[in-house]
Design a protein around this ligand. Structure first.
Ligand code: GLN
Length: 323
């Protein structure tokens, strides 16, 4: 029966957590944002949510962490909903770069300096600047509202993490000043940085990002709330961006060897949308699912070391890839 199946799945996931947890030792918690260095590197957790409401959880699934770059997907969606896709794409392109997430080099290389995509910092800071509202608080509220709508829970900014990055965000300020000079930044530099760093510091658990992943998997339809919450066209672009740019400069390898839209953050989260497609009968997640992972020890590119390996294993076992 369903209860026994659920127990079996949770047991299987718990075994996998313990099997992949040692790989965390090959990574390190991010330290360029001082507060992130305090995370427990051996933490590893997962939540899987299916469209019928079945939830599997294992390991440190309930440890809170900050969204960091995962927030870039949500600000992109919020801004497209508020301004329309053409307005947004005039200001940020949808091309992968293969560069590190905080790279500055291409902004000057390609005139007139439109950021390559909204999932690198330059594009995300630009996106933050065109969120609806005048003040940083109003702009941030657009993202918070979206997250609360999708998860059904209250969302808040972790002030310590925000302050810790605010005091050290020299590279992000450089990007913002450059974007201001070229005319792509639509608001004050410090205001854009405040919105961007606060959206990065929104606190979640693997369950929250699994739920958001589930809605993205279903093109903006929330299978549990039974309502189309987001425009399909916007969500499809967001998923294409996740697949091509979501795992920073490891996105190509991730697309090749995992094969599902995913977005990572330097705090160690990975939000994954597994779209429905024909899969062998009886396969877990046959009808699509959302997967949230957390493992704060990251690799040199910035992706959760143990989390990435666990996800790759699940993709093979459960035939998750979309290709
Ligand atoms: N707040 C982080 C930064 O701007 C987010 C980066 C990330 O998660 N890759 O550096």
């Amino acid at each position: 029966n369903a209860y026994n199946e659920e127990q079996a799945a949770n047991t299987q996931l718990n075994e996998l957590i313990e099997r992949f947890r040692p790989y965390a030792a090959e990574g390190k918690c991010a330290s360029y944002i001082p507060a992130l260095a305090n995370a427990e590197p051996s933490h590893l957790g997962i939540t899987v949510i299916q469209p019928d409401g079945t939830i599997w959880r294992a390991g440190n699934w309930d440890v809170p962490f900050t969204l960091q770059s995962i927030s870039k997907v949500l600000s992109f969606i919020a801004v497209c909903v508020a301004r329309g896709i053409p307005y947004v794409l005039e200001r940020v392109d949808v091309e992968p770069t293969g560069d590190p997430f905080n790279s500055i080099v291409r902004l000057e290389m390609h005139k007139p300096g439109r950021p390559f995509n909204p999932l690198i910092n330059a594009g995300a800071i630009t996106t933050a600047s065109i969120l609806p509202g005048e003040t940083p608080a109003q702009k941030l509220a657009a993202i918070i509202r979206l997250i609360e709508r999708l998860t059904g829970k209250q969302a808040r900014v972790n002030e310590d993490v925000f302050q810790s990055e605010w005091g050290t965000a020299y590279r992000n300020r450089s990007l913002a000043y450059y974007l201001k000079e070229t005319g792509f930044l639509a608001c004050d530099v410090e205001d854009a940085i405040e919105v961007y760093l606060k959206q990065c510091a929104i606190e979640v658990t693997t369950e929250d990002i699994a739920m958001i992943g589930l809605v993205l998997a279903h093109d903006g339809y929330h299978p549990l709330q039974r309502e189309q919450l987001l425009p399909k066209q916007v969500v499809r672009i967001a998923k294409a961006l996740m697949l091509t740019c979501g795992m920073y400069n490891a996105s190509g390898k991730f697309a090749a060897f995992v094969g599902v839209p995913a977005k990572s953050g330097v705090s160690g989260g990975i939000m994954t949308a597994v779209p429905p497609r024909v899969r062998p009968a009886g396969t877990p997640c046959a009808d699509g699912c959302g997967i949230g992972l957390y493992g704060p020890a990251i690799d040199e590119v910035g992706n959760s070391k143990a989390g990435g390996l666990l996800l790759q294993h699940l993709a093979e076992e459960w035939d998750l890839g979309i290709f």
